[in-house]
Design a protein around this ligand. Structure first.
Ligand SMILES: [Zn+2]
Length: 296
C-alpha cells in the first residue's frame, strides 16, 4: 500500500496459540473473553506480524517472528501454524528477497520478534538478511546480554549474537530517524529498551506499536497489561503518552500479535477509548484473516 512517499506491507511469520494468562496477565477472563474466546485449553491466537516499509529507496523490515530454528518441541509449545509458509516465503510472494532488505528493526529481542533474524545452515547460524543492518536499542541489547531468570527463556543468543560477530548490528541510543518518514522511538515498559516505529507521510501518521500493546484491545484499555511486561507501570504510562498522540493525529496503529484487528485507529467516546478497524488496511495482510471485533 502506498501512502505518499511511503510504501508499507504487513506479513506474518504464522500464528501461534498461547495461554491467555500471558497476553492478558491480571485481566479477568470474564472481561477479555468478549474479545478473545479462549479454546478449551485456555489458549488464544497470537499472530506474528512483521512490517515492510519502503522509504527513500530503503527496504526496512520491522520484526522477524519466531524464525525457522525452532525444534519440534518449541513448535508444539507455540502451537505454531504457518498458512503462508512463514515470513521469508511470504516476503518472496511479494517479490521481496532476503538480500533486498537494507534495515531490520527489532522492537525488542524477545524470541517471537527476532527469531527470524538468523537461520541455521548446517551447524552454523547466519543472518537471514545478509545485506541488512539490524537496529536495536542499546538498553535492550544490555538486557539481552544479561538476562535474569524471567527473561532467560526468551533472550536467545542464536537470534542476535551471531549478527554482532558479523558486524551487522547498530545499537541505538534513543529515538533515531531512519529516513524523512521513518523513525524509531523508545517505548519502554514491555522491556526497558523496547522501541516502536513511527511513520509520517504528509499529514498521515502511523505507529508500529510493538509489544507496547500486542493486541489492539490492550491499547484502548489502559490498565490491561500483559504478564510479559518487565515494567508494567512504565508500560502503562508509555501507553498513555501514545494514546494521546494517536487521538490527536488520528493515527493508524499496527499491532504485532492481533489476528482480528491488526490495524486500528483509537477514538474517544466521552472519555472512554474505543477502536475502529482501518478498513483500507485490509489489503495489507496477505494471510491473516481479519474479522471485526465486537464493541471495541
Ligand atoms: Zn511479542
Amino acid at each position: 500500500m502506498q501512502i505518499g512517499e511511503l510504501e508499507i506491507h504487513l506479513f506474518t511469520d504464522g500464528i501461534t496459540h498461547v495461554d491467555a494468562g500471558g497476553p492478558f496477565g491480571l485481566v479477568p477472563r470474564a472481561l477479555y473473553e468478549k474479545y478473545f474466546e479462549p479454546d478449551p485449553l485456555n489458549r488464544v491466537p497470537m499472530t506474528l506480524i512483521s512490517m515492510v516499509i519502503r522509504s527513500r529507496g530503503k527496504t526496512i523490515l520491522v520484526d522477524t517472528g519466531l524464525g525457522t530454528k525452532l525444534n519440534p518441541r518449541e513448535i508444539e509449545f507455540w502451537r505454531l501454524e504457518r498458512p503462508g509458509g512463514g515470513l521469508v516465503r511470504e516476503l518472496a510472494s511479494k517479490g521481496i528477497f532476503p538480500e533486498d532488505v537494507d534495515i531490520v528493526v527489532n522492537t525488542h529481542l524477545h524470541s517471537d520478534h527476532c527469531g527470524g533474524n538468523t537461520i541455521r545452515i548446517g551447524d552454523r547460524i547466519r543472518a537471514t538478511f545478509p545485506n541488512a543492518t539490524y537496529l536495536v536499542q542499546r538498553m535492550e541489547w544490555a538486557d539481552f546480554a544479561n538476562p535474569d531468570p524471567r527473561t532467560r527463556g526468551t533472550y536467545l543468543d542464536e537470534n542476535f549474537t551471531p549478527l554482532l560477530e558479523t558486524g551487522q548490528v547498530r545499537l541505538l541510543h534513543g529515538g533515531t530517524a531512519l529516513s524523512e518518514e521513518v523513525q524509531c522511538v523508545v517505548t519502554p515498559g514491555h522491556t526497558r529498551g523496547h522501541q516502536s516505529v513511527l511513520l509520517k507521510s504528509g499529514d498521515w501518521r502511523g505507529l508500529f506499536v510493538g509489544d507496547l500493546a500486542s493486541y489492539s484491545i490492550l491499547m484502548s484499555r489502559t490498565s490491561w497489561l500483559t504478564a510479559y511486561d518487565v515494567d508494567p507501570l512504565e508500560n502503562l504510562s508509555t501507553k498513555q503518552i501514545w494514546q494521546e498522540w494517536a487521538l490527536e493525529n488520528d493515527a493508524w496503529l499496527f499491532f504485532p500479535h492481533d489476528p482480528t484487528m491488526p490495524v486500528a485507529r483509537l477514538r474517544n467516546d466521552n472519555g472512554r477509548l474505543g477502536l475502529d478497524a482501518v478498513e483500507e488496511a485490509q489489503e495489507l495482510i496477505a494471510f491473516a484473516p481479519i474479522r471485526r471485533q465486537p464493541g471495541g
